[in-house]
Ligand binder design. Sequence first.
Ligand SMILES: [Cu+2]
Length: 163
Amino acid sequence: MRSLLLPPLAIAALTLCAAAAHAQGSCSLNLEANDMMQFSTQKLTVAADCDEVELTLKHTGSANPAGMLHNWVLVRRADMSAVATAGLKAGREHEYRPAGDTRVLAATPLVGGGQSTSIRFDSRALNTGEVYAFFCSTPGHNVIMRGQLVREAGARVADASSR
Ligand SMILES: [Cu+2]
């Protein structure tokens, strides 16, 4: 008898998931980083109809100038480990990013606890359906601080709830 109740529930759950996934695709991405060396999400989705993305990285850790620094660097997945290594060589004075490296598709400056930063980048350059990698290039952080960014395929359906 219980199994008869599952299909409608499963459909409702799927509908909710689809709505949530749809709402996630946005031209405005917000991400937090903390003193535990964690990003608040491992998955970012850019809506199909975005020409430009505004990404805000907020470091929610304690305000401590000598504390942990974080940034957000977007690359193709295949480039991640090489760019991370090049970032280590570039050092703190170059924000742990290889200067002028075209493998870096977008990146924020480093932020310390309590700080936040916003960048804009052209998302039309990203292939729909390709899974890109983002990470924090502070030494040692990308082991944990990494995730995926995808640009949605197809046109976004008009949504009365969209801001
Ligand atoms: Cu970090």
